[in-house]
Design a protein around this ligand. Structure first.
Ligand SMILES: Nc1ncnc2c1ncn2[C@@H]1O[C@H](COP(=O)(O)OP(=O)(O)OP(=O)(O)O)[C@@H](O)[C@H]1O
Length: 290
């Protein structure tokens, strides 16, 4: 049984095509990162997946059901980017309320512990820090023990330590056979915490696979030479360039052609060519629109 089936999903806001014909299948038990820059269509895709925005075209199925039916059966938990916290209520009130709503919830104390909120049950939502509010959204998303957990940029408001604790909690939750789908801008997070990475840009899927596969999707290398006053971006294969410590660092999808062109232009001084990381592969993918 697939946890998620998206078929030819599209969405437009006015004349902005936010999601452009996305087809995606997530088997139950997988942890998937949806990676993309600002405006790539991550939130819109997740909102449609949850049934909170109607698909203009295409179809969504969660565990073979409509998103509404899956949510009503307690199979889906979601953590929005913001909002969702009733004013004047306490952390404990909100979780106790949700505990009563779901068919197979975890105890309130367990949700507090999982989200590292033990000791804050009596605090009203207005008095929570950004990171604490984010952890409360997480507790609210998991208290129903959903089979599918959907997290929209979950660590945006968290500091480094809270981020680490958060991912430990997510991995623990996922290890019990649950499906987790999260969006992020952070490549390291996707690489470290997901079984699979789906790269979105301008509403379309640019790459889909393990971190290693995404890297292999384009052969990206870093070519660097002593910097001279030149426009390196016009050289063949170059998708990005930066100047660091007096060196021109070029990200290239065809390092042979780039090096040849550097030689022809007389720019080959102190050459270094290295395999690039996921960050560069991702940059190349979003620039190339492959
Ligand atoms: N309510 C809206 N009205 C009009 N345009 C919108 C609306 N929401 C999003 N868009 C546009 O749709 C596109 C996709 O936006 P979306 O929020 O889905 O991207 P995202 O990948 O989640 O971005 P971010 O990382 O910034 O959250 C963008 O061009 C955005 O400007």
């Amino acid at each position: 049984m697939n946890a998620v089936d998206l078929e030819n999903l599209s969405y437009t806001y006015g004349n902005v095509r936010a999601v452009d014909d996305i087809t995606l299948t997530v088997p139950a038990g997988e942890v998937v990162a949806v990676l993309g820059p600002n405006g790539a269509g991550k939130s819109t895709t997740l909102l449609m997946l949850l049934g909170l925005l109607p698909a203009r075209t295409g179809r969504v199925r969660l565990f073979g059901r409509t998103p509404q039916a899956a949510a009503a059966a307690g199979q889906v938990g979601a953590m929005p980017q913001a909002g969702g916290l009733l004013p004047r209520s306490t952390v404990g009130d909100l979780l106790t309320f949700l505990h009563k709503v779901y068919p197979k919830p975890m105890p309130v104390a367990e949700a507090l512990d999982l989200a590292d909120l033990t000791g804050l049950a009596g605090r009203t939502v207005e008095r929570l820090s950004g990171g604490q509010a984010q952890r409360l959204r997480f507790a609210m998303a998991v208290i129903g023990r959903p089979d599918l957990l959907v997290l929209d940029e979950p660590t945006a408001a968290l500091d480094v330590e809270a981020r680490r604790a958060f991912w430990t909690a997510i991995r623990h939750y996922a290890s019990q056979g649950r499906t987790v789908l999260f969006s992020t801008h952070y490549l390291e997070e996707a690489d470290a915490n997901a079984d699979r990475i789906v790269v979105l840009d301008r509403g379309r899927v640019l790459a889909d696979g393990t971190a290693a596969e995404v890297k292999r999707r384009v052969t990206v290398r870093t070519v660097s030479v002593q910097h001279q006053d030149q426009d390196y971006s016009v050289l063949p294969g170059v998708v990005a360039f930066a100047v660091k410590d007096g060196r021109a660092v070029l990200t290239s999808t065809d390092s042979d052609a780039t090096v040849l062109a550097l030689a022809e232009a007389g720019l080959l001084r102190d050459l270094e060519v290295a395999g690039a990381g996921l960050e560069d592969a991702y940059l190349a993918l979003t620039r190339l629109e492959v």
